[in-house]
Structure formats: structure tokens, C-alpha cells
Design a protein around this ligand. Structure first.
Ligand SMILES: C[S@@+](CC[C@H](N)C(=O)[O-])C[C@H]1O[C@@H](n2cnc3c(N)ncnc32)[C@H](O)[C@@H]1O
Length: 461
């Protein structure tokens, strides 16, 4: 049997995941979702997706509902993730917030929303301890880490780490805040753990776990990239409501409030961007925001990102970056228009930019639900750069979606052979939280499945 679910099942699952967790199904994620759900059908004994979805919604379906969410959410994270943002926290945000809470003689509250396996709230606690040590009379501090995945929260509660996440942590912080056990694993020290409170929370369906104005800093990074613009807007509005006057919001570098919310002003802090409430709310709403402090050299308000994605006479690299930003913000239409215009200039583009623009065009068309139209640009991309593993992968997804199982099998195999060498940024958009090696394995499996599906089609014809 093919390991790919029929389009109608994927559609039903997509709308279920959107409704229950705000998750949008990027086309490139569908093969992985098919594999997960087929395993869950086998484990629960449900005959098909329709029965499975009914079971999830029925009383008693909570455990399986959570199990599915644990499987489909992406827990990719590590200590000290995003160096420019860590610098902004250390140099600007935390000193300012700690000083204000100390002056007001109250606790400082930080919310790590979508904290995955805990590295983000523990990193925040380490930074807070570090900055607080420079103050004469630091305030008490609480970091609340929340996530929709109970599996991730279990890891966070154990606070025991090894491998890549520790390797990517700041070495001084590893020395100071992690204890190395004889088996080589690292355990977060009690001093840090004491500050961190972990709890289950769904950003899309649960009310915020704070009262209005109760949080000084919301850190929500690499979470809204999986949401639609409308879902992100609703989530960000709740962040605005719980933020204290003068509070801050930090999103991931690929996430932007451009065309999402006008309730925040963008502030550049070194190489990072942060957001703060732009204006007071109406009477009757949460506490009124105080006027913003005058801009300093370190913190200057800037125009919202990203730059216009309309292709202009501008440098093609800049246009492509704008198109990628539109894609990352979920605006596949704008991304496709800009990428198509770039690819139309064809030979004027250097090969690497041309391949990247073709891949983006194909991926944006896939995400708009048009695999047939995605095939041509992706075929051109692999012709231009036969080593572009991400292009082979997207082409395989497009071909499978267009019902061309046998060519899809060949493309999955080409992807498996070339993915390791693909550019990091391009691969990021298709990795779906896996390591490259895991995606390579998945491509091999999908190639075998597509071969079987191709054979079945031939036999039945
Ligand atoms: C890629 S991780 C990001 C972890 C961390 N913030 C970081 O930047 O390293 C995304 C996390 O968001 C969580 N998530 C996804 N949808 C969510 C929702 N509706 N409510 C709460 N958390 C959610 C996932 O379970 C996952 O742990």
C-alpha cells in the first residue's frame, strides 16, 4: 500500500490540525504527516482517517489527540539559539526590564511561548541570572515555559541534555549553569531550574495563562512560522494583552509582524529585531501603555520588515530575500509573484539565484495547492543544479501530488542522494524539524512507496 494518504484525507487532517493547534500543512510536510498518521491508524486500529478523526473528537479521545500533536509538532531548538537575539537580550532587553522591575519592587515575568524541550526558557533564566548579578538589588524573576506538546515538556522537566544542543550552547554557560554527569549528559543546575515553571498551553485554543499586563517579556520564536497569518494575528493580539506597559515581544528572525499586527512597533537592537506595544489600548481594555521612551542609539524604531517583495530594478538578491520573507510569513501568492518575475529575467541571473528563485516559485505553488504548476519550475531548478537536494525533494512532492508516482520515486531517490549538500537555508524550509539524515531516510522510504504506487497504477490500468 502507498505510504501517502489520499489528498482528501490530507485536507481533512489539515483542517483538524488548523482548528486544534493553528498548524498549517506546508506541502513539503505532507509526506511526513502521511507516515505519522498511517502509523497512528495502525496503532489505534482505526480503519481510515475519517474514523480516526471522529475518534479524536469523541469523549475519551484526549490522549490520542495529544499523541498526534506530539508527533506533528516540531521541537527543533537548542540552547542560546539565535546569537543576535541572545545579544539583544543580554545587552538591551534584560538590563532594561530587570532595572524597571527592581525600581517598581516587583517580580519580573518572562513567557517562553512554544518552549519545546526547554532550552529556550533555561537559556532565558541563565541570561537573567547573569544580568541580575550586575545589579545591586535585583528583583525576583519567573520564567514561564509553555508548549502544546506534553512529550516536549517532559524532556524540559527532566532538564537533562546531550549532543547538539549542548554543543551549540555558549561554552561559558555550559561550564557555569550545566552540571556534567558521569555518563556525559548535562543537567541544568538547580539555580536555573528554580526560576523556570513549565506548563501545558495551547496558544491557539487556550486563554493566555496570565492576566492583562502580567508579563514583561514574551519570547515566541519559531512557533508562528507554522501558523497562518490570521492565526498569528490572533496569537499576537493576546501577547499584546498580557504584556505590561513597556514590555517586549521577541519573535524568531524569520517571523515578522509585517501585515500581521499594527499593535507593535519594530525596534532594531544590534542585529536583531524586537517589538513593543505601539499604542495605548482603548479604555476598558488592559492597562494603558506608557508613552515609549525616546529612541536611543541602541534601540531605534525602524520601518516594519520585510522590504516590498515586488520585483524592481533592485538587486535580485534583495528581491529574492523579500520573496523568501513573504513565503516565511505565509504569503505564498506574493512569494510566487516575486519569484516568477525574477525567474522571467532568466539568463540575467547568476545560476545560484536562478535555482533558488525557481525552487521558491515551485514551493510557493505547492503551498497554494497547485502541484501541477509547481513541476515545471522545479524541473528547471534540478536541470540548472543537479546537486540541489531540496529542489529534487520539492519536485518529488510536486510529482507525487500531480499523480506521477514513478517520476516521483526517481526524484525522491535523487533527493536522498543530494540533500546532504544542499544550502542550509533552502533545506530549513523542507526539514520539518528533522535532521538532514532523517529526511534522507524518509526520501528513501517515500521512493519505495512511490515505486509501489507507480506499479499499482500500471497494473490497474
Ligand atoms: C520549533 S519549536 C521552537 C522552540 C523554541 N521556541 C525555539 O525557538 O528554539 C516550536 C514549538 O512550538 C510548539 N507549538 C506549535 N503549535 C503550538 C500551539 N498551538 N501552542 C503552543 N505551542 C505550540 C511546538 O510544540 C514546538 O515545541
Amino acid at each position: 500500500m502507498s505510504r501517502r494518504l489520499p489528498a482528501a484525507d490530507l485536507l481533512a487532517l489539515g483542517s483538524y490540525l488548523r482548528r486544534t493547534a493553528g498548524l498549517e500543512l506546508d506541502e513539503a510536510r505532507r509526506p511526513g504527516l502521511s507516515a505519522v498518521v498511517l502509523d497512528r491508524l495502525a496503532a489505534t486500529g482505526q480503519p481510515d482517517v475519517a474514523h480516526y478523526l471522529r475518534m479524536l473528537d469523541a469523549p475519551g479521545g484526549a490522549a490520542e489527540r495529544q499523541r498526534l500533536l506530539d508527533e506533528v509538532t516540531i521541537q527543533e531548538t537548542h540552547f542560546h539559539r539565535g546569537r543576535p537575539q541572545i545579544d539583544a537580550l543580554r545587552r538591551h532587553l534584560l538590563p532594561e526590564l530587570l532595572a524597571r522591575a527592581a525600581a517598581e519592587r516587583r517580580e519580573l515575568v518572562v513567557w517562553s511561548a512554544g518552549c519545546a524541550t526547554g532550552e529556550e526558557p533555561y537559556t532565558l533564566a541563565m541570561l537573567l541570572l547573569e544580568v541580575a548579578a550586575t545589579l545591586p538589588d535585583p528583583p525576583p524573576v519567573r520564567v514561564v515555559g509553555t508548549d502544546v506538546s506534553t512529550a516536549a515538556l517532559e524532556v524540559a522537566r527532566a532538564a537533562t541534555y546531550s549532543g547538539r544542543t549542548v554543543a551549540l550552547a555558549e561554552p561559558e554557560a555550559v561550564q557555569r549553569w550545566l552540571h556534567r554527569d558521569p555518563d556525559g549528559t548535562h543537567v541544568v543546575r538547580d539555580e536555573v531550574r528554580r526560576l523556570v515553571h513549565l506548563q501545558h498551553h495551547n496558544l491557539v485554543t487556550d486563554p493566555p495563562p496570565f492576566s492583562a499586563g502580567g508579563v514583561d517579556l514574551v519570547v515566541c520564536r519559531h512557533v508562528t512560522i507554522y501558523f497562518s497569518r490570521d492565526t498569528t494575528r490572533a496569537v499576537v493580539t493576546r501577547f499584546r494583552q498580557v504584556l505590561a506597559p513597556g514590555g517586549w515581544l521577541l519573535l524568531g528572525p524569520a517571523e515578522t509582524l509585517w501585515q500581521v499586527s499594527e499593535e507593535f512597533a519594530t525596534v532594531q537592537l544590534g542585529d536583531a529585531f524586537a517589538y513593543r506595544p505601539a499604542r495605548a489600548q482603548r479604555p476598558g481594555g488592559p492597562r494603558r501603555a506608557r508613552p515609549l521612551p525616546p529612541p536611543t542609539r541602541a534601540a531605534r524604531p525602524v520601518a516594519p520588515r520585510p522590504a516590498a517583495v515586488r520585483p524592481t530594478a533592485a538587486d535580485p538578491g534583495t528581491t529574492l530575500a523579500g520573496a523568501h520573507a513573504a513565503f516565511d510569513a505565509g504569503d505564498y501568492e506574493a512569494a510566487a509573484v516575486a519569484a516568477a518575475a525574477l525567474t522571467a529575467t532568466g539568463t540575467a541571473l547568476p545560476d545560484d539565484l536562478h535555482t533558488a528563485a525557481l525552487c521558491l516559485l515551485g514551493h510557493a505553488r505547492l503551498n497554494r495547492g497547485d502541484p501541477v504548476a509547481a513541476v515545471a519550475p522545479l524541473q528547471r531548478a534540478v536541470y540548472l543544479d543537479p546537486r540541489a537536494g531540496h529542489a529534487h525533494f520539492l519536485l518529488a512532492v510536486a510529482l507525487a501530488g500531480a499523480g506521477k508516482a514513478r517520476p516521483a520515486a526517481a526524484s525522491y531517490r535523487a533527493a536522498a542522494a543530494t540533500l546532504a549538500g544542499a544550502p542550509t537555508d533552502a533545506v530549513r524550509r523542507i526539514l520539518d524539524g528533522r535532521q538532514v539524515e532523517e529526511l534522507v531516510q524518509l526520501c528513501r522510504r517515500l521512493a519505495d512507496d512511490a515505486d509501489v504506487a507507480g506499479g499499482t497504477v500500471r497494473r490497474g490500468a
